[in-house]
Design a protein around this ligand. Structure first.
Ligand code: ATP
Ligand code: MG
Ligand code: MG
Length: 394
C-alpha cells in the first residue's frame, strides 16, 4: 500500500541500524506508521519495528513521537517490577528522518480477532461478539495494563481501541522467546471457531486452544497487551488543544473540550468491551454528515439515546459545549427528535434485543458497563475499582 511512511522503501531483506535489523514481512500499519517483523541479528530474536511517518510529512507529530518514546522508556524502567500487560520497547533510533521503535514481537490485534469471528463459515455475514468468557479475560488483561499506566506511571493512553490491543504469542507469555532459530514462534495467528466454541492461537511451533466454556482454560491460554502509546501523555501534561482518541471511542469531555483525565481511557475501555461482546461499534457515526461538527453532534445524540440524558453539569462545561447544547441543556438540532423522551438509557435492552445476549448476560454486562460510560468523568470507576467488579470474577 502507498502509506506515507513508506517514503523509505522497505521490503523483505531491507536492513536498519547498520544491518542489525533485517526486515522479514509487514505486520500491520496504523494512521501514522507501518510495522514490520524484523530479525535482530545481535539479540537473535524476532522483534517488531515501528517506522513512523517521515519528519517532513507531519512535523506537527514529531514532538508527540518524542513523548511516545519517553513514555515507552519509562514503561521499560518501571516494568521490571510487575507489568506484563503493556508492550515493551527494546530499542529506538532515527533512520533517514523516520523515527523507529523496536518492540517485542506480539500477535494479532483484537480487530483481527473480531473480524475473523464475524466472517466465520457458519455465519458469513453477521457481526458477532466473542464469548463472554473470552471478553472477561481480555477485559482483565487490558485493565491490569491500564492500571499500570494510570497508577504506576501517571500516564493516560488516549487511544484505546481493538487495533491497539495485541494478543501475546503462546509460549512467549511466561518465558523469553527461545534463542534457537528453529524453535522461534513465527508468525502467530489467532483463530476463533464459533461452531467449536474455541479460540486457538498458533505459531509454527505451538498452538494454544482455549475452550470457551471453561474460564480457567481461557485464562491460561492467552493474554493481551496494550500497544500504541502514540497518543499517550502524562497526567500532568494532558493536552488541551490536541484531539485525542479514535472517533468511536472518544469520550464526551473531548467532544466538549472539557478537562481530560485518566477517566477518558475508562470510557474508551467501556466502548471496547461492548464491541468485543457484540461485534458492533457502540457509538458509530456512520450515519452522520461529513463535517466534524455534525459528526460530534451525531455522536452526542447516540450517547444520549443509549445512555440517557446528558446531565446539565456536563452540557454546560467545556470550551465547545455551546456549539452542541442550548442553554436549557438540549442538544441542538435534535430538540424534536425522540431523544428527549428517552428516560434512563437502554444499554441492557440493546444488548438483549439487538445483539441477542441472553437476559441474564445482558443485565450483568450492562451493570458493568454503565458506570464506565458515566457522562461525568469523576464518577467513572478507576481501573482498580473495575478490576474488583463481580462481572470480572471467574
Ligand atoms: P494508530 O492509527 O492506531 O495510531 P499507529 O500508527 O500508532 O496506529 P500501532 O498501533 O503502534 O501504529 O501499530 C499498527 C499495527 O501494527 C497494530 O494495530 C498491530 O496490528 C501491528 N503491531 C504494532 N506493534 C506490534 C508488535 N509489537 N507486534 C506485532 N504487531 C504489532
Ligand atoms: Mg494503533
Ligand atoms: Mg497510534
Amino acid at each position: 500500500d502507498n502509506h506515507s511512511s513508506d517514503l523509505v522503501v522497505i521490503s523483505p531483506g531491507s536492513s536498519f541500524k547498520s544491518g542489525r535489523y533485517v526486515v522479514l514481512e509487514k505486520l500491520g500499519h496504523g494512521s501514522s506508521s507501518t510495522v514490520w517483523l524484523v530479525w535482530d541479528s545481535i539479540q537473535h530474536q524476532y522483534v517488531a519495528l515501528k517506522l513512523l511517518l517521515h519528519k517532513s510529512v507531519e512535523s506537527r507529530k514529531w514532538a508527540q513521537e518524542k513523548e511516545e518514546i519517553q513514555i515507552l522508556k519509562h514503561i521499560v524502567k518501571e516494568d521490571a517490577l510487575n507489568c506484563e500487560n503493556v508492550v515493551k520497547m527494546y530499542d529506538h533510533f532515527e533512520h533517514e528522518q523516520h523515527q523507529c521503535m523496536v518492540f517485542e514481537h506480539l500477535g494479532d490485534n483484537l480487530r483481527t480477532l473480531l473480524t475473523q469471528n464475524s466472517s466465520s463459515q457458519d455465519y458469513p455475514t453477521a457481526a458477532a461478539g466473542l464469548p463472554l468468557q473470552i471478553v472477561k479475560c481480555l477485559a482483565r488483561e487490558i485493565l491490569s495494563g491500564l492500571d499500570f499506566l494510570h497508577h504506576q506511571l501517571s500516564v493516560v493512553h488516549n487511544d484505546l481501541k481493538p487495533e491497539n490491543i495485541l494478543l501475546m504469542i503462546p509460549s512467549a507469555r511466561n518465558s523469553k522467546l527461545p534463542l534457537d532459530d528453529d524453535a522461534c514462534l513465527l508468525p502467530a495467528k489467532s483463530s476463533y471457531s464459533r461452531g467449536q466454541k474455541s479460540l486457538s492461537i498458533s505459531s509454527s511451533s505451538a498452538t494454544t486452544i482455549a475452550c470457551c466454556n471453561d474460564p480457567k482454560s481461557v485464562q491460561a491460554a492467552f493474554g493481551c497487551k496494550i500497544a500504541d502509546l502514540g497518543s499517550a501523555c502524562y497526567v500532568k501534561s494532558l493536552p488541551s488543544k490536541r484531539i485525542v482518541q479514535t472517533r468511536p471511542y472518544r469520550c464526551p469531555e473531548i467532544l466538549l473540550g472539557a478537562a481530560l483525565s485518566p477517566a477518558a481511557d475508562i470510557w474508551s475501555f467501556g466502548c471496547m468491551v461492548f464491541e468485543l461482546a457484540t461485534g458492533c461499534i457502540l457509538f458509530s457515526s456512520t450515519g452522520a454528515r461529513r463535517t466534524c461538527h455534525h459528526k460530534d453532534l451525531h455522536h452526542l445524540a447516540c450517547m444520549w439515546e443509549i445512555l440517557g440524558p446528558i446531565p446539565r453539569k456536563v452540557t454546560s462545561t467545556g470550551k465547545y459545549a455551546q456549539h452542541y447544547f442550548k442553554s436549557d441543556g438540549k442538544l441542538r438540532h435534535f430538540e424534536k427528535a425522540s431523544l428527549n423522551q428517552v428516560g434512563t438509557g437502554h444499554l441492557e435492552e440493546l444488548l438483549q434485543n439487538q445483539h441477542g445476549l441472553p437476559g441474564k448476560d445482558a443485565h450483568e454486562l450492562a451493570q458493568f458497563l454503565c458506570p464506565l460510560l458515566d457522562f461525568v468523568p469523576m464518577k467513572r470507576p478507576s481501573t482498580s475499582q473495575c478490576l474488583v467488579h463481580p462481572w470480572l470474577s471467574l
